[in-house]
Design a protein. Structure first.
Length: 428
């Protein structure tokens, strides 16, 4: 099968070369093949504006490789698709031809799960499996995202990409708490190149906090930049054990968090430098960070929720609270059940405690909720040496324990805060 569907000359529908944006016009209902060649990009998505007569404009984010074909089905005419000209090298559209049918039918089921409804009877379906190896790799990445609730057309993915491309939405500001809590931010960066991303987010929170930055190797340039932006930040270097959890436990053991009411735990999550795991890691990190420190308003709502609900001990991203509808209890336990139960027993907590945690170990938590964990007194040496383990280690068990020791958990998302929570089993 060729990498691309057969091409026919455009018949009046195509890109307007004089426009400041690339525009594709669909004058009549029908089925079309759209082809895009984007400029080079890190994230394999493209911003697309959809304009339909008599309807409000809509923005969607479509998966894209270096060259991608799409099946566009439209039950109406007068449709306009727009991309920023700086995002595309070339774009074209043509009516579906007889020669395309065989290729489309052979991959129909695989294509369908990636389709994007654009409103009314308009649907855009990426044909990634005929875009060569790069397209097949992106299809695997999208399948992995869908397994976490980030399907191509889902609000989870579309809102995260909107935040990535366009910044935070305008929001009504939450009332500031009557008493400002003392806040610590614990940020672990194994990948120092992610500092600018967190620097911008932390700066936008417009709050006083003490920053604790942990690294796995000395970096004088980074330390200077951090101190220049956040004077008084404490920077510590730990051996690369326990991922982000090991250094967090050491700060807890050393009493660094003792003066604070609330701790925001963050880390520079990555999952490889390319391929499906890279895409999942980027979306995971950004979606969680946006939910926790995406703007001053996001932080105001989280802190106000702690103020309104003294029993709430932890707040994290709704999208990564497990178990959930995408990851059931078996998947959420992974290979960690025995170690989790052993840790709970050592802390004097019931082994019947409900599994309830935030995958990725990023959250806000009350300092007092961590006291049982501090009593474990786990030195960094008890964490395994780093060997790219994906499950079954002490850090994976503690990821689950951190949520299970809290009596009540709340969830947040960028642009939305809910008081939804689940009471954990009674904890002594």
């Amino acid at each position: 099968m060729p990498d691309f569907l057969s091409r026919e000359p455009p018949k009046g529908d195509g890109v307007d070369p004089s426009s400041a944006v690339s525009e594709i016009h669909i004058h009549a209902p029908g089925r079309y093949i759209l082809e895009l060649r984007p400029t080079e990009r890190w994230m394999p998505f493209l911003r697309l504006a959809v304009r339909r007569p008599g309807h409000a404009d809509r923005i969607v984010y479509v998966p894209v490789t270096t060259r991608t074909s799409y099946l566009l089905k439209s039950s109406e005419g007068g449709l306009m698709l727009q991309f920023d000209r700086g995002d595309v090298v070339a774009a074209s559209v043509r009516p579906l031809s007889i020669g395309d049918i065989g290729a489309l039918l052979s991959r129909r089921r695989r294509h369908r799960r990636f389709q994007l409804p654009l409103g009314g009877g308009v649907v855009l379906q990426p044909l990634l499996h005929i875009s060569g190896p790069e397209g097949r790799e992106l299809a695997r990445a999208l399948g992995s995202l869908a397994g976490w609730g980030f399907g191509t057309a889902s609000d989870n993915l579309q809102k995260t990409l909107s935040r990535h491309f366009d910044g935070p939405p305008a929001e009504a500001r939450e009332r500031r708490p009557a008493v400002e809590p003392k806040i610590a931010v614990a940020l672990h960066l194994h990948y120092p190149d992610l500092w600018p991303e967190f620097e911008a987010l932390l700066e936008a929170t417009d709050r006083q906090f003490q920053l604790f930055l942990t690294l796995t190797r000395p970096d004088a340039d980074l330390a200077q930049r951090v101190q220049a932006r956040f004077p008084g930040a404490e920077i510590a270097v730990y051996e690369n054990r326990g991922r982000d959890v090991g250094p967090f436990i050491q700060l807890l053991r050393e009493g660094k968090f003792d003066p604070f009411d609330l701790i925001c735990k963050l880390h520079g999550k990555k999952s490889g430098s390319s391929g499906p795991r890279m895409v999942l890691g980027e979306i995971w990190r950004q979606a969680t960070a946006f939910d926790l420190i995406g703007s001053r308003d996001v932080v105001d709502r989280i802190i106000a929720n702690f103020e309104r609900s003294p029993d709430t001990q932890m707040i994290g991203s709704r999208r990564f609270r497990l178990p959930n509808e995408w990851k059931g209890e078996t998947a959420a336990w992974g290979e960690n059940r025995a170690m989790v139960l052993n840790l709970l027993e050592t802390m004097g907590m019931p082994s019947s405690s409900r599994l309830d945690f935030f995958a990725g170990t990023m959250f806000w938590v009350r300092r007092g909720a961590l006291e049982p964990l501090r009593r474990l007194d786990l030195p960094l040496a008890v964490f395994p040496e780093e060997a790219s383990q994906q499950d079954g280690t002490l850090q994976h068990a503690l990821e689950r324990v951190l949520g299970m020791i809290c009596t009540k958990i709340g969830v947040a998302s960028d642009g939305d805060m809910t008081t939804e929570s689940r009471e954990a089993d009674s904890i002594a």
